[in-house]
Each structure stands twice: as C-alpha cells, then as structure tokens.
Design a protein around this ligand. Structure first.
Ligand SMILES: [Zn+2]
Length: 90
C-alpha cells in the first residue's frame, strides 16, 4: 500500500487529525450529502441551501436558518465550537 490512504471523501484532510475525528467528520459529510427533511412539511429532499446557514423548502416554501452545511434539524442540535474542536474540524 502506498503512502496515501483512501478514506473516502474525507481523505483530503490527511493524517493531521488522527483517525477518530476523521471518522466523525466523514459521518458529517455523509449527512451533508443525505436527503434533508423539511422541518415543517417533512418532505425529504426538498431542502435547498440558498446561502450559508439559510435553507429553504421547495415544497412548502419554508425558510429557516440551520447549520452552514447541514440543516440543524437533521442533527437535532448544532455543534458547539468546542465539539467541533474535538472533532478536529476547527
Ligand atoms: Zn417543506
């Protein structure tokens, strides 16, 4: 095996953060790519990110703020800065 380990979409972060935080970051990236569900009409896949942290639903027109990359309701919570640090994302 060569020096470059392929660990999916997260590989670009390199070995800087160690294995565990990268696994967590990979999970977050998977969520980013997953279909998000509208917090109002529950339609999956209708959410569109119109700006960083601002999401809108194509189905019911609901507009809300969420995480920069993930609608907050998908995670059920937002990440505190120290959690992001723990995950090696900051
Ligand atoms: Zn909706």
């Amino acid at each position: 095996m060569g020096r470059t380990k392929n660990v999916g979409s997260i590989g670009r972060y390199g070995a800087r953060y160690g294995a565990a935080p990268r696994k967590k970051a990979l999970l977050i990236e998977k969520r980013m790519k997953a279909l998000h569900r509208c917090p109002r009409c529950r339609t999956p896949g209708a959410l569109k990110r119109i700006s960083i942290g601002i999401w809108t639903c194509k189905k019911c027109g609901y507009k809300f703020t969420g995480g920069a990359w993930i609608p907050r309701t998908m995670l059920g919570k937002t990440f505190a800065p120290e959690e992001l640090k723990k995950m090696g994302l900051k």
